[in-house]
Design a protein around this ligand. Structure first.
Ligand code: SF4
Ligand code: FES
Length: 364
């Protein structure tokens, strides 16, 4: 039966993955294992059309991301297109390409916010995880340039077993760089990160110490620095509401124009994702098989089907369910009610053994 379109709400946000090119080699990279080539990327004219379609569909925010979106020469022009369409635009960047001159052009084009990633507090640790010498120095200069052009700055630091002890120093760094917001987000174990899970999943004791530090800082810094804190869902008893539910609020567009309900959706077998080169965004959002496959609750089996949280967490993450059980239609195994929860408990036991070595993200 075709979906009842009157029950489907329009999306709120678009993640525009402009390119998979990136100067960093983070071992927990969330981009797909098979990267799209620069020669396949949507052109500036195609992105302009897509931004117009997104605004007409009801999208309010566009997040320009990658890879490293500043690898695209037409970024200022695309920001201008988004602003002209009434879209709030945010730049998600590693801060390792360009600086004040580019940022000033982005601000003039209508950029509203910059989200800058760091891998760690010290230059040595940051550059070791990023796989790029000098990255920390470039990022620090970039943060200063963001403030110099008057844009609000959020720092994003991915945390894991190897840096979780430094949460206090991360908060100090965010304050010293003039950030208004700090996101401390644990590694999510998809794509490349799943390969390196044994090196990054923290122990319960580490997590509890970090959580206490964050809670105390939130109290102390009220009105000065907002701190978002995303804990590793492996340590929880119920899953996250991934993407706020499949096909409910968000859509991703890959560098070559594939439209996805989440950044990892291409790992799911048996689904084909339409391209903006072949169909309109509204058609894809409301009518494509891919967006309707896990929308709502009709697809659920037990224990989700009759669970009181089924419209709160929407059964958790489809991609994690597939990666850990081989079946995307099962409950997310991080849920303690899932019959597959044992695979998560086994990973947590593994986290008690110290493993330092990881494999860098490889391009090409
Ligand atoms: Fe969520 Fe399903 Fe677990 Fe209920 S059983 S909490 S719906 S994942
Ligand atoms: Fe794909 Fe969660 S990352 S549904």
């Amino acid at each position: 039966m075709p979906p009842d379109e009157t029950r489907i709400e329009p999306p709120l946000a678009l993640l525009a993955e402009l390119t998979h090119r990136c100067p960093l080699r983070c071992p927990y990279c969330s981009n797909p294992l098979k990267l799209e080539r620069a020669s396949d990327e949507l052109t500036e004219a195609e992105w302009r059309r897509v931004l117009g379609e997104a605004a007409a569909l009801g999208v309010l925010q566009v997040h320009f991301s990658g890879g490293e979106p500043m690898a695209r020469r037409d970024l200022a022009s695309l920001i201008g297109e988004a602003a002209g369409r009434g879209l709030y635009s945010n730049l998600i960047t590693s801060g390792t390409l360009g600086g004040e001159r580019e940022l000033r052009a982005f601000a003039e084009a209508g950029l509203k916010h910059v989200q800058l990633s760091f891998q760690d507090v010290t230059a040595a640790d940051n550059d070791r995880i990023a796989g790029l010498a000098g990255a920390h120095a470039r990022k620090s200069a970039f943060a200063q340039a963001v403030r110099a052009v008057g844009l609000p700055l959020t720092l994003n630091i991915v945390v894991h077993r190897q840096n979780l002890g430094g949460v206090d120093q991360m908060i100090e760094m965010a304050l010293s760089l003039g950030a208004r917001r700090l996101e401390i987000a644990h590694v999510q174990y998809y794509a490349w990160a799943l390969t390196n899970r044994a090196a990054f999943l923290p122990t319960r004791a580490q997590l509890d110490t970090a959580t206490r530090t964050v809670e105390a800082a939130r109290e102390r810094l009220k009105g000065v620095l907002a701190i978002d804190y995303v804990v590793p869902d492996y340590h929880g008893v119920r899953p996250k509401s991934c993407m706020n539910g499949w096909g409910r609020r968000f859509l991703n567009i890959s560098p070559a124009g594939k439209v996805l309900p989440c950044h990892a959706a291409e790992t799911l077998p048996g689904l084909s994702f339409p391209s903006v080169r072949d169909a309109g965004l509204a058609d894809i959002w409301y009518r494509s098989e891919a967006f309707n496959r896990f929308r709502g609750t009709d697809w659920m089996a037990e224990p989700c089907r009759n669970c009181e949280r089924r419209t709160i967490d929407w059964g958790g993450c489809r991609c994690q369910a597939f990666l850990l059980t081989g079946d995307a239609a099962r409950a997310d195994p991080v849920c303690a009610l899932s019959p597959d929860h044992g695979v998560v408990e086994a990973a947590l036991r593994e986290a008690e053994r110290p493993v330092e070595a990881f494999v860098y993200r490889q391009y090409g």
